[in-house]
Ligand binder design. Sequence first.
Ligand SMILES: *Cc1c(COP(=O)(O)O)cnc(C)c1O
Length: 415
Amino acid sequence: MNAQLLSADERRSLLDAETSGQFPDARGRFGPYGGRYVPETLIPALERLEAGMREHLHRADFQAELADQLSNWVGRPTALSYAPRLSAAWGAHVWFKREDLAHTGAHKINNALGQALLAQRLGAKRIVAETGAGQHGVASAAACARLGLPCIVYMGAIDMERQAPNVGRMRLMGAEVVPVTGGDQTLRAAIDEALRDWVSDPMGTFYLLGSAVGPHPYPYLVRELQAVIGREAREQFLKRHGGLPDAVFACVGGGSNSIGMFHAFIPDRGVEIIGIEAGGRGPKLGENAASLSYGHPGVLQGCYSLLLQDENGQIHETDSISAGLDYPGVGPEHALLHAAGRVHYESATDAEALDALQECSRLEGILPALETAHALHGAKRWAEKNQGRHALICMSGRGDKDMPTLQRTLLGDAK
Ligand SMILES: *Cc1c(COP(=O)(O)O)cnc(C)c1O
């Protein structure tokens, strides 16, 4: 389904359904997207998870425990920072929602902690997770250590080599990191392995998934756990500025920090919402990871959404300087918001992200994650045509983890 092919009426009715909370529907769908495209063996585990989630997630005692951990351990609410020197340089007012200040350095901890707490309620004895770049593995290891749950992280053997510091962090926090030597030895093989583990013991094991992707109910569960970002930001902004921002920005990989940031603003029709994907080296298939900008509908990891695939439906290789955005699919709720025309999606290239990262670091003393730098570029582009207006950007994480890449690309280290 292509957003351009829908009539205005069809778009409006999709958006009305989204705004009034009708999605996901009983089959786990956001309009045409989402669902549960998995082998028969996984259905009981997903149904059990969905039932447990419905029983606990919105109960007052669960929410009180979550709020307590978010405040005492994660460091919420995270700050809302005005960026005076970037504002002067760009000619629009720039504000940051500071998820980079959350424990472990990014928004991922909101989700990892929430799912680990849910796992505990459901009586799980161990947590399995998969990780590519290692950031979700670190957040999962931290949350499990905090709650005293054993944590097994599957990671492609190639990724383990590339992300050695994160492997060390996970191990120091007590997680067992299992190298996956089959398949492509990266994230996709690691996901297969984690699912295999989960299916072998769906009662005792909880699968902690890292973004707003995968089969129902994960896209919904992750959205609910990340929506705290936009709820806080909206309230903080109203208090400081006395009104809403003109536009809200976030980078989009699988789509968790962005859906978390956007969700509270979706009913505010006067607020523009803009998601920025990884434009990599350019617009050709294989050069980027921009599934909403360049993808087509298909099924990946249990979910119907927009994907980067070739004409035979084969999932295509992606490329981005930021490991966290380097994913061929995107969460189904984004595909819906794209079709409904409520969120505008565009991309920023590697070079544009690197420029924005340097500008933010020099002018604000904040070294953003490479992922986040894509959102910064999107806001800069918007500011050119919206001088004097207010942009609110989700600072999804800090750039310390990207130092090896930055050393190679910006600081001229030979290695
Ligand atoms: C993992 C990551 C992302 C991308 O993941 P989403 O699920 O799209 O949010 C973005 N920013 C940072 C800092 C990350 O670590």
